[in-house]
Design a protein around this ligand. Structure first.
Ligand SMILES: CC(=O)SCCNC(=O)CCNC(=O)[C@H](O)C(C)(C)COP(=O)(O)OP(=O)(O)OC[C@H]1O[C@@H](n2cnc3c(N)ncnc32)[C@H](O)[C@@H]1OP(=O)(O)O
Ligand SMILES: N[C@@H](CCO)C(=O)O
Length: 489
């Protein structure tokens, strides 16, 4: 096991029970979603964080496969003690549909022909990807995600989650992304697609039992990879240095280090990616336009999600101005949003590399947890003037040891505990009023969970009613809720 790593991990597979109805109106049958999870889902299922991957990523976001030389693609921020701390959070990452790393995509077998789909695979969108993820998340019993996070195309999925399933997202972290694909981004994707389509081996997408279009795919990646770097990082990495030679070759072989590097990036990509998946996924990215005919301010209307929007100062593919547009749309709705720009010379791919800044920003944002973020909103309470027997029955039935005593309007009058019930038996009390504590220790929904924890410790109590300004009980927070979310000091 490596230091600070979650160690050896494995990919799992979930088969969707229903067909996936796509945005295009087409139906995708027998859909499989490849995913990985790390950490432990808590009893309340409230600590799940969904990581959405970028264009060529996959479900293997952290940890190691047996025998591998490199860990998952975002291992720098996932694991014990890192910002996506697996001691606190339950991390989920799935491969997008349309992909080639275990989720159903163009290289999967079409149940109607028993052959790989190829171009018979339907066009998919970012919204379709999110719909498949939602089914996976629901299959785990998770009804609200503590956070959804992702960079680049992953960030588009984050934004789509917030708009498609606002009640399922507590906080959102879109990084180095945009709310719509710009003409320049579409242009680069189209050049990449044309490189694939122009490769004779592409054969209209039917190459699975013959030579694959590696030349076209490598060229597509070389073009795209340039857009993931910055001019400055290219100077830093290569300058004008020559590759394994002292002088120019005066031919069309490789002269410069940067050429050799791009060939390497292109070739290694063909070993891990399917050309048709590249076509489908880049198309999904191009179609992404969260606001459509409307404005972002209208699109974000009514969201109760807390946002951390991050951009990279040297990213010219998804420049900070596009992130600031997202922030403006959120600000127009008074939505809680923090915005940070990573300082880096790496360009767009900095979101995969800048471990220190990412860990600092994300850990700070996630640890800023309030009582309302973790409290149980459905909980048993008992009306004033109820009998002690009724309170005892309710406790047994609901398996709780604390019951807020309330008026018809849910105003808090007191609290009765299992200990109070034993006292009533021993001392022969008959009325709830005789045994309940009237000076109740409470917290407000806007209090930080650290305050709830301190009160529980100080008064040796394991459960606190949450009351709003009008003394109405709106939730209950227990030691379990709090301890699963507390930052360890
Ligand atoms: C985002 C997701 O969801 S997952 C997808 C993320 N992964 C990728 O995109 C993989 C390809 N991308 C990269 O490698 C990216 O550059 C990063 C961001 C992941 C890594 O960035 P860096 O750490 O700066 O690595 P860098 O860009 O310098 O590339 C290093 C590789 O280039 C090779 N290389 C460096 N110089 C040269 C050269 N002159 N000639 C040939 N190869 C070279 C290195 O040997 C190294 O190879 P390795 O990856 O097999 O070890
Ligand atoms: N380099 C990353 C980022 C692209 O946005 C990838 O290949 O997915």
């Amino acid at each position: 096991m490596k230091n600070e790593s979650i160690g050896i991990v494995e990919t799992k597979y979930h088969s969707l029970s229903d067909d996936l109805i796509l945005e295009s109106g087409e139906k995708l049958k027998n859909v499989q979603v490849a995913y990985e999870t790390y950490g432990k889902l808590n009893k309340e299922k409230s600590n799940a964080i969904l990581v959405c991957h970028a264009l060529t990523g996959d479900a293997h976001v952290a940890g190691w496969y047996e025998g591998d030389k490199k860990p998952g693609w975002w291992d720098v921020i996932i694991g014990p003690g890192k910002c996506l701390d697996t001691e606190k959070y339950f991390i989920i990452c799935s491969n997008v549909i349309g992909g080639c790393k275990g989720s159903t995509g163009p290289s999967s077998i079409n149940p109607e022909t028993n052959k790989p789909y190829g171009l018979d695979f339907p066009i998919i969108t970012i919204k379709d990807m999110v719909n498949a993820q939602k089914k996976l998340v629901n299959s785990m019993g998770v009804t609200q995600l503590f956070a959804v996070i992702g960079g680049s195309m992953g960030g588009m999925q984050v934004l789509q989650w917030c708009v498609s399933y606002p009640d399922m997202v507590r906080s959102a972290i879109p990084i180095a992304t945009t709310a719509f694909s710009s003409p320049q981004q579409i242009a680069f994707n189209e050049v990449g697609r044309r490189a694939i389509i122009s490769d004779p081996n592409w054969n209209n997408g039917q190459y699975y039992d013959s030579e694959v279009p590696t030349e076209g795919l490598a060229l597509a990646r070389m073009i795209a990879h340039i857009t993931y770097l910055s001019n400055e990082s290219m100077y830093q990495k290569f300058g004008r240095r020559l590759q394994d030679k002292e002088d120019y070759g005066f031919d069309f072989e490789t002269d410069f280090e940067v050429e050799s590097y791009l060939h390497y990036q292109g070739n290694s990509f063909t070993k891990r990616f399917d050309a048709n998946s590249y076509l489908y996924i880049t198309k999904a990215v191009d179609y992404f336009d969260l606001a459509g005919e409307g404005s972002l301010a209208e699109t974000f209307y009514g969201l109760k999600i807390k946002f951390l929007v991050i951009s990279v100062d040297s990213d010219w593919l998804y420049p900070p101005s596009l992130s600031r547009d997202i922030v403006m749309g959120l600000n127009a709705n008074d939505i809680n949003v923090s915005y940070c720009e990573i300082k880096s010379s790496y360009g767009h791919d900095a979101f995969l590399i800048e471990a220190g800044q990412l860990n600092y920003l994300i850990a700070g944002f996630l640890s800023d947890t309030l009582v309302k973020d973790v409290m149980a909103k459905e909980f048993p309470k008992i009306k004033e003037k109820s009998s002690i027997e009724h309170a005892a029955e309710l406790m047994l039935h609901e398996k709780v040891t604390h019951l807020p005593v309330v008026t018809d309007n849910s105003t808090l009058l007191g609290i009765v505990t299992a200990w109070d019930i034993s006292k009533s038996v021993a001392r022969n009390y008959k009325e709830l009023d005789d045994i309940m504590t009237k000076e109740v220790i409470v917290v407000s929904p806007e209090d930080p969970i650290e305050l709830a924890a301190r009160k529980m410790k100080k008064y040796s109590i394991s459960s606190l009613p949450v009351v709003d300004e009008s003394e109405t009980v709106i939730g209950i927070v227990t030691m379990d809720h709090v301890s699963s979310m507390m930052t360890e000091n």
